[in-house]
Design a binder for this molecule. Structure first.
Ligand SMILES: Nc1ncnc2c1ncn2[C@@H]1O[C@H](COP(=O)(O)OP(=O)(O)OP(=O)(O)O)[C@@H](O)[C@H]1O
Ligand SMILES: [Zn+2]
Length: 645
């Protein structure tokens, strides 16, 4: 038998093939791109690969995630992917295999090659207890095959901290990109660019003036929460019954929730809630002249139709549009089914892959669309596309991008090999001139190309992750508590896992291994009331996260209320929000809303934060240095005094 890797050996050379076979690779994600990548790695002779993935195999993955078969459904993706890919690694030549058995070798070869080991880690890459800087440092390079910003951000930071090259890839339908990130090479990191996040709708569009199918779908998702979430106030449709004039549906909602909680469901109450939602409340708004200026005036749901719908059995079609009666029947059936579902099995929040949730949202949104004259109504199938923000995944794009990642991997390993041959330190690796940023496009360029390549980008000087830029932040320091600040800004938006907060060199908050509990007393305090003078207008706050060797400064500006056209969102670009005089919220029929998530309520305006221009605040910033790369678990710098109150 000829050596299956002979072709590759001829192309890259003996030494390089040996480098490939002995390198230690981490692949994060074993989905669409990940499966392609693992197949490519295996067929290229990589023998030491570790894979992290948190998911299990779903039937819907089988059409494009080529390592999986129906018998694998329900099993951990990374475990199956590792088993299947490991078997694809070409065996060494027959002679060698024979020698191995004759020698009783346990590692499957008589050369000095490592045993084929494809090791699975079934878990979340954001789990700092398992996947930290020392973990990443064992690899020659890391390949990302992920599908979300949070996980990518985490791997980006780990690789920067460990100074390990990261090959990042992403696809959306026909479009794909591959790029290389490496701290030592001084190229842009993943967070140098503002990543597209879920787009946001003004709350009044959702609550009062929907004009597109997506608006009513977002509303229906909130209605799902209002009925089924353990914390009713999590829904943006929630109104405090003690408030001046709560919407007419709130009373019925509370009754229904109580029935669901005590399993004492009766259809009368669900019918009442539907009537309140789609007729009584609409009529009330009409009577208050709320829709005087609207382009289309809503019409209340016909009560006879509601009555008829309640008598029907729920529709079963998925690709046809349900009639309004059918939608009523579907909604009533969903509520009844929810009342019979054990509490721990009923999802609290909408999930597009949950049948009950999807039927609920399809029916509830179509009824609302009919009230507001919004077209077209949606089938369950098309509603799922809108509700889940689904862009079809294209296997070919995944395959192309995975292949491009392998080519970049070869370039990196080649450079590492050269350094090894010259007995130079790996820290001298310079990928800026070797690796490329490659785009996979749908329509070919004028030159007839479907792939375009350019040099890796320079870092963004305002990047707080790789350039330690000071972050300017405007918020209401008199209203925000430390707890809000930690959860909503430091963790959710800045991506800190185990933050330590310092004011004027003293600790005011600490988390993670060995953190003291004493700082808990600070959590409910308003920012201005924190120790060390508190966080005031003009304060520069230091935030460290040893789990990702990240240390930043935030320069705070007090701002009473954010007044603008849209609720600002993160990740942020610097200082681009208009500040306008606040006006009473007026419903209009054509709110310019741009996508699929819900913004914070407008009455929550002063909770909104935005990043503003560097030159709008004075900072005592100065040059910042990252903490020493010590494995990511060093205790905070000890010379600082700890302050609790
Ligand atoms: N934080 C994370 N830790 C580990 N694995 C992750 C994390 N986030 C995402 N992944 C994995 O990355 C992979 C991304 O692959 P892909 O985009 O094909 O997703 P999918 O869930 O299989 O497909 P779809 O979303 O279309 O159903 C998934 O297998 C997912 O489990
Ligand atoms: Zn950066």
């Amino acid at each position: 038998m000829t050596n299956p890797l002979a072709g590759l050996e001829k192309t890259v050379g003996k030494d390089m093939l040996h480098k490939i076979q002995t390198s230690n690779i981490l692949c994060v994600g074993a989905g669409g791109i990940g499966c392609e990548l693992l197949k490519d790695l295996a067929l290229s002779g990589f023998r030491r690969v570790q894979v992290i993935d948190l998911d299990t195999i779903d039937v819907s993955n089988l059409n494009r995630q080529l390592l999986f078969r129906s018998k694998h459904v329900g099993m951990a993706k990374c475990i199956v992917a590792c088993q299947v890919a490991a078997e694809m690694v070409p065996p060494l030549s027959v002679n060698e295999e024979e020698n191995d058995s004759a020698n009783g070798s346990s590692n499957g070869n008589s050369s000095n090659l490592p045993k084929v080991t494809y090791q699975a880690h079934h878990g979340n890459v954001c789990d700092t207890s398992k996947f930290n800087v020392p973990f990443v440092k064992q690899f020659d390079l890391v390949l990302n095959a992920l599908d979300n910003v949070e996980a990518r951000r985490r791997v980006n930071r780990l690789c920067l901290a460990a100074n390990i090259p990261l090959i990042e890839a992403g696809t959306t339908g026909y479009l794909g990109q591959v790029t290389v990130i490496h701290k030592g090479s001084g190229v842009a990191c993943y967070e140098c660019k503002t990543q597209e996040t879920q787009k946001v709708y003004p709350i009044c569009t959702i609550r009062s003036t929907p004009s597109m199918p997506v608006h009513t779908i977002v509303w229906a998702k909130e209605l799902y929460k209002l009925l089924f979430h353990s914390k009713v106030e999590e829904s943006m449709l929630f109104e405090d019954p003690a408030s001046d004039e709560p919407s007419t549906y709130m009373e019925g909602v509370f009754q229904l929730r109580e029935q669901l909680a005590n399993s004492t469901f009766d259809t009368k109450t669900s019918k009442q809630v539907l009537q309140d939602l789609y007729a009584t409340e609409i009529q009330k708004q009409l009577d208050m002249d709320r829709y005087k200026a609207a382009k289309k005036t809503p019409t209340c749901l016909d009560l006879t139709m509601l009555e008829n719908g309640m008598q029907r059995s729920a529709p079963t079609t998925t690709t046809e549009i349900w009639s309004l009666e059918d939608s009523v029947a579907a909604l009533a059936a969903c509520i009844q089914q929810a009342s019979q579902t054990p509490k721990n099995e009923l999802l609290q929040e909408f999930d597009k892959d949950d049948d009950l949730a999807m039927r609920f949202v399809t029916a509830a949104s179509n009824l609302r669309s009919s009230v507001f004259g919004i077209e077209p109504l949606q089938s369950l199938y098309s509603a799922k596309g809108i509700a889940g923000n689904i862009i079809p995944a294209i296997a070919t794009t995944n395959a192309i991008c995975a292949g491009l990642q392998i080519l970049q991997a070869f370039k990196i390993l080649k450079q590492q090999l050269l350094l090894e041959q010259q007995q130079k330190d790996r820290a001298e690796l310079q990928l800026g001139k070797t690796c490329l940023y490659v785009n996979c496009i749908r329509n070919r360029t004028r030159n007839g190309l479907y792939l375009t390549a350019s040099a890796l980008e320079d870092p963004n000087p305002n990047c707080f992750v790789c350039k330690n830029a000071v972050i300017p932040l405007a918020l209401n320091v008199e209203e925000w508590t430390l707890q809000d600040f930690l959860e909503r800004i430091v963790k959710k938006r800045l991506g800190f896992e185990e933050p330590t907060l310092m004011l004027q060199g003293d600790f005011i908050w600490e988390e993670g291994d060995g953190a003291e509990d004493d700082y808990q007393v600070n959590l409910p305090k308003k920012l201005t009331a924190l120790p060390c003078g508190g966080i005031q207008h003009g304060t520069v706050l230091e935030i460290d996260d040893n789990s990702q060797n990240l240390s930043i400064q935030v320069s705070v500006t007090h701002q009473d209320v954010w007044e603008g056209d849209e609720v600002p969102d993160f990740p942020f670009s610097v200082g681009n929000m208009p500040v306008k005089k606040k006006e009473e919220e007026k419903p209009t029929s054509s709110e310019s809303a741009s996508a699929a998530a819900v913004a914070k309520p407008t009455d929550d305006d002063d909770d909104v934060v935005e990043i503003i221009d560097d030159d709008e605040v004075t900072t005592s910033g100065g040059d910042r240095k990252r903490p020493a790369e010590d494995g990511g678990k060093s205790p905070p710098r000890s010379k600082r005094r700890r302050v609790k109150k």
